[in-house]
Design a protein around this ligand. Structure first.
Ligand SMILES: NC(=O)c1ccc[n+]([C@@H]2O[C@H](COP(=O)([O-])OP(=O)(O)OC[C@H]3O[C@@H](n4cnc5c(N)ncnc54)[C@H](O)[C@@H]3O)[C@@H](O)[C@H]2O)c1
Length: 335
């Protein structure tokens, strides 16, 4: 199994579970700022290759050398704010990178027998952000129309269409999966949950965009990984599957939940709540109001159900970031 972007947040969680499930895993990762080499450090059985997915020659050589039968593409520039400030890398990796992976995979399959080619899967990790923004009601599912708003979501949407074209035009056995906002260990601290924790522990303002009313449906990363594994085991080529968490929260409510957990675990010296550090900042341009996924083909056809209760998973996640922060920000926590 070739896992691209396998040193990133979700990719590393997936690589470890896939390896545990008996797959031989090769990770290809550019090791951008978002990669965390520590995420795979206790897994020497996972081969890690440093390189970019736009390098078709490298991808082709890995496919052949490891006799790959599954490509799972997590590699991406993934942060919306960065895509607004500087979209170039997003277009390069998220669009041209996917094109290069598809081209290499299709060429590789041409040299395989029909049976081997039928067994092959190319799974593209997409996002619910390609569907745009919901109002107060309704949910996204696999049949929602594309309506991306940010450079990030537009680049992911472009990639999905290219993946679909490679399935329809060249018969590549592709699967596309969508998911809501993931949380868990090893997420780069620019993303909401680790960012809020870090700001709280450092005694800094906990920044909340706008009035904090934007809603996200949170999925624990291990539930997302279970969904991807189900899609590989039971999914049909050409199909799309969407994984939700069933945990809708406004950003403000989430920030308060995190503050309450921190209040219990590392009380501020004056006994007041970390919530006092919550500060509203000017909204992100084009900020999507709400994302949520429900009533999906993934539930009906793959038997996907999120297994981790949100409160428990959030508590464990906060604990993990606290453990990681000890030693680096421990003295600041005491302040
Ligand atoms: N995190 C979420 O909540 C979320 C939600 C929906 C979809 N997704 C999608 O899931 C995938 C993984 O997201 P994540 O949060 O783990 O991202 P991440 O930013 O944590 O990790 C991305 C990984 O890709 C690698 N990478 C970047 N450019 C590369 C290139 N050109 N070649 C090879 N590797 C490259 C990085 O080094 C990093 O290890 C992305 O495709 C993202 O769009 C994420």
């Amino acid at each position: 199994m070739l896992v691209t972007g396998g040193c990133g947040f979700i990719g590393s969680a997936f690589a470890k579970r896939a390896e545990k499930a008996g797959h031989r895993v090769v990770v290809l990762d550019a090791m951008t700022y978002a990669a965390d080499p520590q995420s795979l450090q206790h897994h020497p059985e996972i081969t890690v290759v440093r390189g970019i997915i736009t390098d078709s020659e490298l991808v082709s050589s890995l496919l052949v050398a490891h006799n790959v039968d599954t490509v799972v593409n997590f590699a991406a520039e993934s942060h919306v704010d960065r895509s607004i400030a500087d979209p170039g890398d997003f277009m390069q990796t998220n669009i041209l990178g996917v094109y290069a992976l598809l081209r290499a995979s299709a060429a590789y399959l041409e040299k395989k027998t029909a049976a081997e080619a039928q067994h092959f899967r190319f799974l593209q990790i997409s996002t619910d952000e390609v569907f745009g923004s919901l109002g107060d009601d309704g949910h996204f599912n696999e049949d929602s129309s594309y309506d991306p708003r940010s450079p990030y979501s537009a680049s992911k949407a472009a990639a999905d269409h290219i993946v679909s074209a490679w399935h329809r035009t060249y018969g590549l056995p592709t699967i596309t999966t969508y998911c809501t906002n993931n949380f868990g260990p090893y997420q780069y601290p620019e993303k909401l949950i680790p960012h809020l924790i870090q700001c709280a522990l450092r005694g800094e303002a906990i920044p909340i965009y706008g009035d904090g009313s934007n809603v996200r449906d949170w999925i624990y990363v291990e539930d997302h990984v279970s969904g991807i594994l189900l899609a590989l085991e039971r999914g049909v080529p050409g199909a799309r599957y969407a994984f939700g968490g069933g945990n809708e929260r406004t950003n403000l409510a989430l920030a308060h939940e995190i503050c309450t957990l921190l209040d219990e675990r590392v009380p501020r010296h004056d006994g007041s709540s970390y919530a006092a550090q919550i500060t509203f900042v000017p909204d992100r341009p084009g900020h999507d109001y709400r994302y949520a996924i429900r009533e999906t083909r993934a539930e009906r056809e793959l038997g996907y159900r999120p297994a981790h209760p949100f409160d428990e998973a959030l508590r464990e996640t906060v604990e993990w970031y606290l453990n990681r922060a000890r030693g680096t920000v421990a003295s600041e926590v005491q302040r």
